[in-house]
Ligand binder design. Structure first.
Ligand SMILES: Cc1cc2nc3c(=O)[nH]c(=O)nc-3n(C[C@H](O)[C@H](O)[C@H](O)COP(=O)(O)O)c2cc1C
Ligand SMILES: CCCCC(=O)C(=O)O
Length: 356
């Protein structure tokens, strides 16, 4: 099955309101479209007669050596997409040997997600994505929950000082979860109400100081997700970030920002000598992975395609997506004369129409 076939199957399977939540973006969805389109503007300039029979696509990420430079980006509410929800995604990612990022807005509590990952791999890499709570004791309770469950890193999302205005959700009136579903990690937190969508607070008053306090409250590596400006990447590292994820939240926050991949080179220039830089947004093919790595990313995150797989076929569907991306990436690496990820370098990138 191609990714396109899985997308179409997900659309047929899902309640149209839930499909819109998955597929949509903010504003006129310009950034959503541009994330994918931007990859068409980067071309690979292969090297020849320097490859090998087998490739090593393994990557070292904070708290994890994994078999492919692909990470399952955090996406909320998996049980709306498939009855097996986050557990199916976790088993699939662990079986494929890649990092899964679960998070604050999961419809399965983090200990259940890690438990499912362990069914496929006794030593999985599950990271926990956190929206910093304006009350530090709530953030701390979430951090302890992730640590106790066995997560190996935290990811703090910093591009959401306020909720994104998702155009399709506003049109559909999708502003809370249906009965029977909740953001399970938000349950029973100090002073917090029982969790549902609107109970995940976001605050524009949060600062790097709050981020630094989060780093200090744990011994886990903490990555920052949602950086576009190179100055913020530097600040992240100065405040203890173990990695920076270049992301515009899949076009779901501000509809006037650049495509994620267009922001990658400047962030790589600012901090990649100190911490790994990851990218998410618009990755749909193995060659997109190769372009991001050649531009200096250590790995890429994949959001919507994983959920297409989940909706269309549960665990097997997610494995199909991750397997296809890995296989296409390995094939592209071979076509570029590479043996390992680091053989893809910036001199192997040209902009469409600008070849010398
Ligand atoms: C349905 C959906 C839910 C998401 N939920 C979260 C979330 O809870 N936390 C977060 O940091 N990012 C969230 N994101 C953003 C993704 O982590 C990622 O940045 C984005 O999907 C990447 O773009 P892509 O879908 O083109 O791969 C979500 C994205 C989608 C599509
Ligand atoms: C509070 C849930 C936020 C989920 C999210 O980040 C998204 O839909 O993009």
């Amino acid at each position: 099955m191609t990714l396109r076939a899985l997308h179409d199957a997900a659309r047929r399977t899902l309640d149209p309101v839930h499909f819109d939540y998955l597929a949509g973006g903010t504003g006129e969805e310009r950034v959503l479209a541009d994330n994918e389109r931007a990859f068409d503007r980067y071309l690979l300039l292969p090297r020849v007669l320097c490859g090998s029979e087998t490739r090593d696509t393994a990557v070292d990420l904070p708290g994890a050596r994994r078999t492919a430079p692909v990470v399952v980006a955090p996406t909320a509410f998996h049980r709306l997409m498939h009855p097996d929800g986050e557990r199916a995604a976790a088993r699939a990612a662990a079986a494929e040997g890649v990092v899964l990022v679960t998070g604050t807005a999961a419809t399965t509590a983090v200990d259940g997600v890690v438990e499912a990952a362990r069914e496929a791999d006794p030593d999985p890499a599950v990271w926990f994505q956190l929206y910093l709570h304006p009350r530090q004791e709530v953030t701390e309770a979430l951090v302890r929950r992730a640590e106790t469950a066995g997560c190996t890193a935290l990811v703090v999302t910093v591009d959401s000082p306020v909720f994104g205005r998702h155009t399709r959700d506003l049109r559909n009136g999708f502003t809370d979860l249906p009965p029977g579903y909740a953001a399970e990690n938000m349950r029973d937190l100090p002073g917090a109400p029982p969790g549902s969508l609107i109970d995940i607070p976001m605050s524009p008053a949060l600062s790097w100081r709050d981020f630094g306090e989060t780093v200090r409250m744990t011994s886990l590596p903490v990555l920052v997700k949602g950086v576009l400006h190179p100055a913020d990447a530097r600040l992240a590292v100065e405040h203890g970030a173990a990695g920076v994820i270049v992301s515009n939240h899949g076009g779901r926050q501000c509809d006037a920002v650049p495509a994620a991949v267009d922001c990658l080179p400047a962030v790589v220039g600012a901090v990649a000598d100190r911490v790994p830089v990851l990218l998410d947004g618009g990755v749909r093919r193995g060659s997109d992975v190769a372009v991001a790595l050649a531009l200096g990313a250590a790995a890429v995150g994949v959001g919507r395609p994983v959920v297409w797989g989940l909706a269309a076929g549960g665990e097997a569907g997610v494995r199909a997506v991750l397997g296809a991306l890995r296989d296409e990436y390995d094939h592209t690496l071979a076509l570029c004369g590479g043996r390992r990820n680091t053989d893809l370098t910036k001199d192997m990138i040209v902009r469409r129409g600008e070849t010398w």
